[in-house]
Structures are given as structure tokens and as C-alpha cells.
Design a protein around this ligand. Structure first.
Ligand SMILES: [Zn+2]
Length: 204
């Protein structure tokens, strides 16, 4: 059976364990031998494990929110493309400065997008204040903010949000346990009612 790579986790798997998504795109350039022209539409198949596909969709929503939060914190209309690449490195756990060797060893080991977004929310006032005094380029300001304001608090914010997630999971587990217990109790009462009837039948 043909094996394909899951686009999310990069593991190869049998075709049957993967779901397929068709992506439509437009050619950016003319093909050198004339097979297509710039602007032609094309379709491309990408494959995912179902659970990876769900994760990918959630992450896309989280990325959109993160992007908009950063725009808002900067009072900007667009994020420079090179900076978008940097945010993705931060997400994946690759160093955002210095050597870029060994990048592939990391897989989503960095900071989730909601954590990055939360840091920008917390620093919004400071960022807007600093922006008014900034006389360098916009691109440099994005880097400045990330290096000096965001990286400064990101470990703490990540730790706090991870903890809150664990507490919430535990609460949900406990309320599920309580619910299961209650359901059993219901059943018991019901059976007990039935037994009572049975006894009264006997007495009758
Ligand atoms: Zn996968």
C-alpha cells in the first residue's frame, strides 16, 4: 500500500489511515517549459492523520488570533513576512537568533500561539507607548518588541497558562467522575423503586 507523509506530524503512514485535503493554489510564475502560466489554478493533495488534521485546524484558528492580537498591540496594518517566519520559529522551538543548524530536530516544542498572543496582550500599552518614540524602521520595531518585551515574560506566561490548563483538565475529570457517580445513583434508585413494586406485588 502506498505510504504518504502526514503534513502535520511528518510521519509516514498507509494511505488508508490518512485523510486527504485538496488545496487550491495559483501558479506564481510561468513554467519554464510552458506547462502552465502565471495565475493558472492548480490543485494539490495534502494528507493528514485525522487527529493531526484536527490539531492543524485548531492551530490555524490560534494563529489567526495571534496574528490579529499582534497587529492590534502594534497598531499596525500588516506584519512583515520575515517576522511571521520568526513567530513560527518561536512556535516550533527553534532559536530566533544565531545559528539555524539542527532546526529539524524540533517539532512544536516552543510556545503555543495562545501564549504568544497573551504576551502581546499584556504588553500592548507599553508597545504603543514605545512606538510613539521609535525612530527606526517598522521591521526593526517588531524585532525590538519581541526581543525585549515578549521574550522577557514568555516563560512565565507559558508556565501560568500550562498550569491553568492542567487545573481545568483536572476539574473536568472530577466533574465527570461526579456525574458518573450521580448516574449510577439514579440507576440504583430506579432499581430500588422497581424492587419496592415487586415486593408490593408479592404482598398484594
Ligand atoms: Zn500526523
Amino acid at each position: 500500500m502506498a505510504k504518504y507523509k502526514c503534513k502535520y506530524c511528518k510521519e509516514k503512514d498507509d494511505e488508508i489511515s490518512l485523510v486527504t485535503e485538496i488545496i487550491e493554489g495559483k501558479r506564481q510564475k510561468d513554467h519554464k517549459d510552458g506547462k502552465w502560466k502565471k495565475g493558472d489554478k492548480y490543485e494539490r493533495k495534502v494528507r493528514y492523520h485525522q487527529s493531526c488534521h484536527d490539531k492543524q485546524k485548531r492551530e490555524n484558528r490560534e494563529w489567526d488570533d495571534c496574528y490579529n492580537t499582534i497587529l492590534d498591540a502594534h497598531g499596525a496594518e500588516v506584519i512583515p513576512p520575515s517576522f511571521v517566519g520568526l513567530l513560527q520559529r518561536l512556535r516550533n522551538g527553534n532559536p530566533i537568533t544565531g545559528m539555524r543548524k539542527g532546526d529539524t530536530k524540533h517539532f512544536k516544542q516552543g510556545f503555543p500561539y495562545p501564549v504568544i498572543a497573551e504576551c502581546y496582550r499584556q504588553k500592548k500599552d507599553l508597545i504603543l507607548w514605545k512606538k510613539r518614540q521609535w525612530d527606526g524602521s517598522d521591521g526593526k520595531f517588531f524585532h525590538f518588541v519581541l526581543s525585549f518585551y515578549i521574550l522577557d515574560i514568555i516563560n512565565g506566561v507559558n508556565y501560568k497558562m500550562e498550569n491553568e490548563k492542567l487545573v481545568k483538565q483536572k476539574e473536568e475529570q472530577q466533574s465527570q467522575l461526579a456525574k458518573d457517580y450521580y448516574d449510577e445513583d439514579e440507576e440504583w434508585t430506579f432499581n430500588n423503586e422497581k424492587n419496592k413494586n415487586d415486593i408490593s406485588d408479592l404482598l398484594g
